[in-house]
Design a protein around this ligand. Structure first.
Ligand SMILES: Nc1nc2c(ncn2[C@@H]2O[C@H](COP(=O)(O)OP(=O)(O)OP(=O)(O)O)[C@@H](O)[C@H]2O)c(=O)[nH]1
Length: 292
């Protein structure tokens, strides 16, 4: 995996078990890594049309950048990425159209590729957006498709985000989720290790900030679980390889063929044809015809 910029997170209360675990004591590297979190965090929004993905993106960014409105038709047509500084971190937010619809078409496959390119080398967290009280069959299909397209492991980086939190009218989201009689929602919440949070996307000021803090606690929990690594799969790896090949190609053009710093033309072409072969496989993966 590509090297990322990390920062030390000061631990107010370092867990006792860590210092008493001889394996962790001996493997100082592991212990050090557990205390790190990337400075740049990529958060990708996914969910069915109209669930509130763009509105949630705007709440995270603290400004209205993604188009968000009530509509009978999909509002977001292409994925977009915007970022902000927050608590010493750079949050990169990627808004997507519903790339997880069950209708698989070349357009949807292209939209998936675009979302992958914008979130490459991989998202630290997937924000699965659903409207409070409306977890329907369509949401279940989105969850299934998320696993088919991105791989089952993506659930380890997923947070369930409920929009229209104000509909709780001051009630507890925890109680709502624990007491739901929607079996599919209950299953998903347990599968996601109860990583859920709520957004009232009409909120401003301190209420908006508090919602973001709560979300970022869940992101931190994912980083802790995954030792600071972002989620990756073959499609992301191919995308990275393609980026690198493009860089190499540009360097080759600027430095002239046969430069000592870059592989010769033969090995480059060999690499390119290999990636093209693999990309075809990745494309089949994206269309759900092969396993990632
Ligand atoms: N009251 C309230 N309305 C919300 C909330 N979140 C989203 N909405 C509204 O729900 C509608 C749809 O929100 P969008 O952000 O456009 O939804 P989306 O998932 O991005 O939709 P597509 O781009 O079409 O896929 C808009 O009218 C939003 O203002 C919320 O927390 N509270």
């Amino acid at each position: 995996m590509e090297e990322e910029e990390y920062e030390q997170i000061p631990q107010e209360n370092p867990p006792e078990e860590l210092s008493q675990d001889p394996v962790l004591e001996l493997s100082g590297g592991l212990r050090e890594k557990e205390q790190k979190t990337p400075r740049r965090l990529r958060l990708i929004l996914m969910g069915k049309t109209g669930s509130g993905k763009s509105a949630t993106g705007n709440s995270i960014l603290g400004r209205d950048v993604f188009e968000s409105k009530l509509s009978t038709r999909p509002v977001t047509k292409t994925s977009q990425r915007r970022s902000r500084e927050w608590a010493g971190k750079e949050l990169e937010v990627i808004d997507t159209p519903n790339i997880l619809s069950p209708q698989v078409s070349p357009e949807v496959a292209d939209a998936i590729c675009q979302a992958i390119v914008l979130s490459a080398p991989g998202p630290h967290a997937v924000l699965l957006v659903t409207q409070l009280g409306r977890f329907t069959d369509e949401d279940q299909q989105v969850v299934r498709r998320l696993q088919e397209v991105f791989g089952v492991g993506v659930l380890g980086h997923t947070i369930l985000v409920f929009t229209r939190k104000e509909d709780l009218a001051g009630g507890s989201l925890e109680d709502y989720v624990r007491e739901t009689n929607n079996q599919a929602l209950a299953w998903l919440d347990v599968t996601l290790a109860r990583r859920h949070c709520g957004f009232n996307n009409r909120a401003q000021g301190e209420e908006q900030e508090a919602q973001l803090r709560e979300l970022m606690e869940k992101v931190e929990a994912i980083m802790w679980e995954n030792e600071g690594d972002y989620y990756s799969n073959k499609a992301y790896q191919y995308t990275q390889q393609n980026f690198r090949l493009k860089e190499l190609q540009e360097r080759q053009v600027s430095q002239g063929q046969g430069s000592e710093d870059v592989p010769g033309e033969e090995s480059w072409l060999e690499g390119l044809s290999q990636i093209q072969k693999e990309s075809e496989e990745a494309h089949r993966c994206l269309l759900g015809k092969a396993d990632l």
